[in-house]
Every structure is written in structure tokens, then in C-alpha cells.
Write a protein that binds this ligand. Structure first.
Ligand SMILES: CC(=O)SCCNC(=O)CCNC(=O)[C@H](O)C(C)(C)COP(=O)(O)OP(=O)(O)OC[C@H]1O[C@@H](n2cnc3c(N)ncnc32)[C@H](O)[C@@H]1OP(=O)(O)O
Length: 431
């Protein structure tokens, strides 16, 4: 078997056909307006696995994303995608060979991490990827969706504007028919059809992802090609756009209504008060019995804002972004840190056949990380370091799961304190 990059248009067509066959799908008929999920693929970042006689049997590719780390550092993050092996050639090591080839290439290109979304959670751990962000849907029956008055803090996130009605099951920003509804702190909410949004969504998303640890960039080609999931795709959607008091868009929620259920695809903002205003808008809809907020991170404040805590039902809770570290010192020094401390990590990377020990030293929010022969505080697999990296899970959870081995009683609380982040990571970009 050989693995090679696609270099010609014909190669890329073969790649797309092989990928579809691997997923048991039929290649969609291309349309001029784009909208095909694979139309954002970067043709110079695709790999084909072929048998000795030149028959294509496997595919893998990467997107060139930027990932936001704790401390709001923006770093390059190849996003592994389009992984498929023909059903006739599975469990013969084709994926393993492609993963090895791809990780070696990425390292040679100077990348220090890569990310992916896993079709099945059992596939990628062996290649050193660990689940690093989590997501779920928050479903609220509208008749139990009243939001509580913020307790004791004037002007806190979610405080209704002075001229709004108080919180009720119909919310404060009701009205869906094109008019501007009251937002927060003098802002407003306006309903636009997806096609009326112009560049607004791209710009608001870009501001959001730069501030949100775990978020990925959505390169312009995604919006231009209308590739991906709503609201990027051409699927019809309404969009509630929140504008600040100066009229500048600072948040949006894209949504659709079907059989009495209003489903919000994504609520994008860096401002909790704007999120609340958009949530009030969604639950303020007449003729709706249920509101589903998709892609809400665990521990989201919205659940705590409900008068009836039990009204918020979490479903579809799952891993989202998986992280693979390719260069531990560069990765650990790239992110921000909240607390000073020293930690010795003994890191095993069975897939790449490496085993190294590092001293992580954090001072004033910045880390230094260098090989050491000091006694380790923790021993862990590279996949578990990937899971800790963005702060989405704690070392103590993985110690309790039996995956991380502490070498003394202070090691786990020390690591918990050190890896803590200012905000839980979250990613909602599908690729
Ligand atoms: C980032 C993304 O693109 S996610 C999309 C992934 N693609 C799909 O889900 C499409 C459908 N599935 C496929 O195309 C293939 O089954 C793949 C790509 C998942 C696996 O390809 P294969 O060539 O069969 O994998 P390979 O033979 O290298 O397997 C390596 C190991 O992973 C295991 N493995 C492979 N696929 C799976 C799976 N779906 N579930 C559990 N274990 C798996 C194998 O058993 C093997 O284990 P071993 O090393 O202990 O023997």
C-alpha cells in the first residue's frame, strides 16, 4: 500500500468518490451555489491510500484551522477530517498507516497539535487523541422556561432592560416577525432571514471564537462555499441578530421551527448578557411548545437562569473536539496558565513510540517546559494530556478513572490547580 497526497483535480475527484464509498453515501450532484460539505476541503491537504496496483482504498485530510487556547492564545490547528477506508479493506491497518503518515507529515510541517471530531469514540484514542471539549443540547418546555431575576446584582448578565417586561414564560424579547425586539443594555434583537445576514455571521463568529477557548476558526472559504452545517449551509434558517446600543452586531442565534419545536443551531456571542437576551428571544416565541438549544457546553449558565432548574433537560451530551499533542513543550508553553507551580509529567506516546519526562514551570501566567530527569509527579498517556490541555476535564477525574498515575498525594490537587482555566473550553464547529 502507498499513501500519497492528491496533486491533480482528477486525484481530488477520486478522493471524493472513495470517501463517499467509505461512508456508504452517494456523491451529491455539485451545485453552483456550493453547499456540499466537502467543498471546503483544501485540495493540497488530502491523502489517498492506494493498493500496490493503484486502487484507491482510503482517504484522510486536514483543514487549516486556528484554535483558541486557554489565555486566548490563537494557534494553528490542523483539523483531521474525511477519514474513510473502503468496507472491503477495513481492519487491515489502512487507517493506522494513514494516521502515522499524517502525524509524521504534520510534525515535519512544524505543527504541535492536531484536532478532530470522531465519528466513533473508540477509533482515535490509540492514535493519541483525547476528547477535550464537550457539548450537548439543552431542551426547555416553553411553559416552564421562565428565567429568574438575577439575584442581588444590578446590571448582571441577563438583567432585563428597564423597559422590558419582567421574566415570564414568554420571555422579554418576544416577536418574531421582522421587527427589532428589545435586547440587553440598550441593545436590540432583529430577525433576519439567513440570506439577509451578509457578512454579519462570519464577523460575529470570528469575534466569538477568538475569545472562547476550544473554539476553531471558520475560514472564509466555509462561508463562501456555504459548506458545513447550519447556519453556514444553504439550509433555510432565521437568524436573531443582537446589536449593541451602537447598532453593531455582537451576537446571533440561528434557528428553525418545526411542529412546535424551535431549534437553535448555535448561539454565538462572547457576552453572557447577550446570550441571555438571545435565549429570552427564543423562548419568547408564540406557537412554540419546546425550545432546543443545540451546542450548549456543560455547566452553561442558562440552566441556572431557569426558575425551574429541572425544566432544562440535557440531551445528546457528548465529546466534541479531540486533541492530539505532537510537541508537548511547545503545546504547553503556548497556552495561558492561571496559577504558578511546578509539575513533572512522565508522558507515554505508544503510537509514536516515544516516552519523555518534562518539567512544567508556570510563573505569571506563562509556562516553561523542558525535558528533565526529576522524579515525576504524574505519569500519563499522551491522549490524556490532550484531554487536559484545554481545561475540559480535570487531572483528578482521569486519576479516579485509573488513566493517570499520581506519584504522591499532593500531585493530583497540584495538577488540578495548575490545569484550571478561566472558562471551560467549547467548540461547536462541525467539520
Ligand atoms: C475525523 C474523521 O474523519 S471521523 C470519520 C471516520 N470514518 C468513518 O467512521 C467511516 C467508516 N469507517 C471506516 O472507514 C473505517 O472503519 C475506519 C476509518 C474507522 C477504520 O479504518 P481501518 O483501516 O479498518 O482501521 P485499522 O485497520 O487501521 O484499525 C486500527 C485499529 O483500530 C481498530 N478500529 C478501527 N476502526 C474501529 C472502529 N470503528 N471501532 C473500534 N475499533 C476500530 C481496529 O480494530 C484496529 O485495532 P487493533 O490495532 O487493536 O488491531
Amino acid at each position: 500500500m502507498q499513501i500519497r497526497p492528491t496533486t491533480t483535480e482528477k486525484d481530488f475527484d477520486v478522493f471524493v468518490d472513495t470517501l463517499h464509498a467509505a461512508f456508504g453515501m452517494f456523491p451529491e450532484t455539485p451545485v453552483e451555489s456550493g453547499g456540499l460539505w466537502w467543498s471546503a476541503l483544501e485540495t493540497d491537504r488530502c491523502l489517498l491510500a492506494e493498493t500496490e496496483d493503484g486502487r484507491p482504498v482510503g482517504t484522510a485530510a486536514t483543514y487549516s484551522f486556528e484554535l483558541t487556547l486557554p489565555g486566548q492564545a490563537l494557534v494553528p490547528a490542523p483539523g483531521v477530517t474525511a477519514v474513510g477506508v473502503l468496507p472491503s479493506h477495513r481492519r487491515q491497518g489502512v487507517l493506522s498507516a494513514m494516521m502515522r503518515h499524517q502525524l509524521t507529515d504534520l510534525r515535519a510541517q512544524g505543527e504541535f497539535l492536531s484536532v478532530l471530531l470522531a465519528s466513533e469514540a473508540t477509533i482515535y484514542g490509540r492514535f493519541g487523541y483525547g476528547p477535550a471539549t464537550y457539548t450537548g443540547h439543552l431542551q426547555v418546555p416553553r411553559h416552564r422556561s421562565a428565567l429568574a431575576t438575577p439575584r442581588g446584582v444590578r446590571g448582571a448578565p441577563g438583567t432585563p432592560a428597564p423597559d422590558s417586561a419582567t421574566e415570564t414564560a414568554t420571555g422579554t424579547n418576544g416577536g418574531t416577525n421582522g421587527g427589532a425586539a428589545t435586547g440587553t443594555n440598550g441593545g436590540s434583537v432583529e430577525v433576519l432571514s439567513r440570506t439577509e445576514c451578509g457578512e454579519i455571521l462570519e464577523e460575529v463568529y470570528d469575534g466569538y471564537r477568538r475569545a472562547q477557548p476550544g473554539a476553531l476558526s471558520r475560514p472564509h472559504r466555509w462561508w463562501a462555499q456555504r459548506a458545513g452545517q447550519p447556519p453556514i449551509s444553504p439550509a433555510p434558517r432565521y437568524v436573531a441578530v443582537h446589536r449593541n446600543a451602537d447598532g453593531a452586531p455582537d451576537g446571533y442565534a440561528s434557528y428553525s421551527i418545526d411542529s412546535g419545536t424551535l431549534t437553535v443551531d448555535e448561539t454565538i456571542t462572547t457576552d453572557d448578557a447577550v446570550f441571555t437576551a438571545l435565549a429570552r428571544f427564543a423562548i419568547g416565541h408564540d406557537l412554540v411548545t419546546k425550545v432546543v438549544f443545540k451546542h450548549v457546553p456543560p455547566e452553561h449558565p442558562l440552566r441556572w437562569q431557569l426558575v425551574d432548574f429541572r425544566a432544562g433537560e440535557v440531551s445528546g451530551a457528548m465529546d466534541w473536539l479531540w486533541v492530539r499533542l505532537l510537541d508537548v513543550p511547545r503545546a504547553l508553553t503556548a497556552r495561558g496558565w492561571l496559577t504558578d507551580g511546578d509539575l513533572v509529567l512522565d508522558v507515554d506516546d505508544p503510537f509514536l513510540g516515544e516516552h519523555d519526562r518534562y518539567l512544567l514551570t508556570v510563573r505569571d501566567g506563562k509556562a516553561d517546559c523542558a525535558p528533565t530527569d526529576r522524579q515525576p509527579d504524574l505519569s500519563l498517556d499522551i491522549r490524556d494530556l490532550g484531554s487536559l490541555y484545554l481545561g475540559g476535564t480535570t487531572p483528578s477525574t482521569l486519576v479516579r478513572a485509573g488513566h493517570i498515575r499520581p506519584h504522591h498525594p499532593q500531585a493530583t490537587p497540584l495538577a488540578d490547580t495548575l490545569f484550571r482555566t478561566e472558562r471551560p473550553p467549547h467548540c461547536l464547529h462541525w467539520f
